[in-house]
Design a protein around this ligand. Structure first.
Ligand code: UGA
Length: 461
């Protein structure tokens, strides 16, 4: 089929390359000429494992091309995928739909052939209905154009695999013809047995925000349990393992720590509460405000524990920060918990030296005031405290004994519960973590009154 993908950011670039890879003729469109030039040369302008290969081979085959001309796209496509971003509005928690609206306004009047517009961006329930009316107003008389919604569930770091082998496909359609077109687009996935849920557009739009809300809830639930663990001396990682064996609960997305960030989960739950308020059902999702609050509280808790570990104040302290991105295997620092903590500590007077395997350039663009180090050793030289804030696998391979040679204070806070406490402590490090107790004191080393659970002393909330 002839497909266009409008908006070649993170979602669109991956979708365009993968659709070409399964055999379609694809035209990627963006207003950013620089991005289009890079993609047309087969260069991925961001970090995403595996995408470079798919882009290289599809551009090389001629099945994937790029343009800045929406006119060319209108002439070309049987199906137009809209993949532009829908960030949080600056003035409210609601979703900013200006980019989606601008695409529709520019594309619809140019559509003289029968085609389907398929939204993939995350949007509030009711958007397809609104855009359908708008398209009918704008298309040339007699044009046969329909709108459908087909939400995207890809995760950064696994985007290619999630697009080529998704766990499900959801199509929000208004007609059998639109449904048929989407079944044809995804034919190889359907043949491979991927579940395909054909439904109305409002349900499809809701599936996406409900899924992200559920994931956010799961993470905040275990982080709330981590706070309770800190107050009782219990261990949240063992708790999560035990809960996870219950197949109704499952262990995934139950890793306690610094909480969720990125361009999706935080803004999606806020946009959902805003939309629910508009629809008069705000009370039904009131809990999402608490999910958001639990999440941001983990950032404050991390700063509090870190301050406590360096004697009560950051001024004059040298702090090494490992990790800037919102999660590993991504260079994305949007709403990154790691960067929020680094910024807060810097504001309190610490000298911060930050390392990240892929996110340094993006972090520096947002926070040029921090110090940046090319490797872990340089970041940790002379550090009073090391903060482990993003769980890159590289950091799990650090040799604690070797690192102790450059950071003789040997204090580390594992805010992602991803390091092995035993091996760090064996190398003489004081390791603290969120929701995990300190080891019992050695005999005659501490009085019973001193032995309070690790983070009880930290100010919470
Ligand atoms: C998320 C969803 O997982 C995707 O399904 C969805 O398509 C995407 O948003 C989107 O809306 O486009 P992503 O933002 O790539 O994907 O990130 P996740 O892998 O979901 O991680 C989100 C955050 O949760 C990260 O900061 C991660 O560190 C944190 N997290 C995750 C935890 O703190 N604990 C966990 O157990 C799991």
């Amino acid at each position: 089929m002839r497909l266009t993908v409008i908006g070649t950011g993170y979602l669109g670039a991956v979708h365009a390359a993968c659709m070409a890879d399964i055999g379609h003729e694809v035209l990627g469109v963006d207003i950013d000429a620089e991005k289009i030039a890079a993609l047309a040369e087969g260069r991925v302008p961001f970090f995403e494992p595996g995408l470079q290969e798919v882009l290289g081979r599809t551009v090389g085959s001629g099945r994937l091309r790029f343009t800045t001309s929406l006119e060319e796209a209108a002439d070309f496509g049987e199906v137009h995928f809209v993949c532009v971003n829908t960030p949080q509005r600056r003035d409210s928690p609601a979703c900013d739909l200006r980019a989606v609206d601008a695409v529709i306004d520019a594309l619809a009047p140019r559509l003289s052939r029968a085609c389907l517009i398929v939204g993939k961006s995350t949007v509030p329930a009711g958007t397809t209905a609104r855009l359908t009316a708008r398209v009918q107003e704008l298309v040339p008389p007699g044009s046969d154009v329909e709108v459908a919604w087909n939400p995207e569930f890809l995760r950064e770091g696994f985007a290619v695999q999630d697009t080529l082998r998704p766990e499900r496909l959801v199509a929000g359609v208004l007609s059998g013809r639109a449904d048929q077109a989407l079944r044809e687009v995804y034919a190889p996935m359907l043949r491979a047995g991927v579940p395909y849920i054909s439904t109305d557009p409002a349900t499809a739009e809701l599936v996406k925000v409900a899924a992200n809300s559920f994931l956010a809830t799961k993470i905040s639930f275990i982080n709330a349990m981590a706070e309770v663990c800190d107050a009782t001396g219990a261990d949240v990682t063992t708790l999560a393992d035990a809960l996870g064996h219950d197949t109704r609960i499952g262990r995934r997305f139950l890793s306690a720590g610094l909480g969720f960030g990125g361009g999706c989960l935080p803004k999606d739950i806020r946009a959902f509460t805003a939309r629910a308020d508009e629809l008069g059902v705000g009370d039904a999702v009131l809990f999402l405000r608490e999910i958001d609050e639990i999440n941001t509280r983990q950032r404050r808790r991390t700063v509090d524990i870190a301050r406590d570990m360096v004697g009560g104040e950051f001024t004059g302290r040298r702090i090494a920060v490992l990790g800037a991105t919102f999660k590993p295997d991504s260079d994305d620092v949007r709403d990154s918990p790691a960067l929020a903590v680094a910024a807060a500590i810097h504001r309190e007077g610490a000298e911060v030296r930050l390392h990240d395997p892929e996110g340094t350039d993006n972090a520096r663009a947002v926070l040029p005031v921090l110090g940046y180090a090319a490797d872990v050793t340089k970041a940790c030289e002379g550090a009073d405290l090391v903060l482990h804030l993003t769980e890159w696998s590289d950091y799990r391979r650090i040799d604690p004994a070797a690192l102790a040679a450059v950071a003789p204070a040997r204090r580390i806070l594992d805010a992602r519960n991803a390091l092995d406490p035993a091996s760090w402590r064996a190398a003489g490090w004081t390791l603290r973590a969120l929701g995990r107790p300190l080891p019992p004191p050695l005999p005659n080393q501490q009085s019973a009154a001193d032995h309070v659970p690790a983070v009880c002393s930290a100010e919470v909330g």
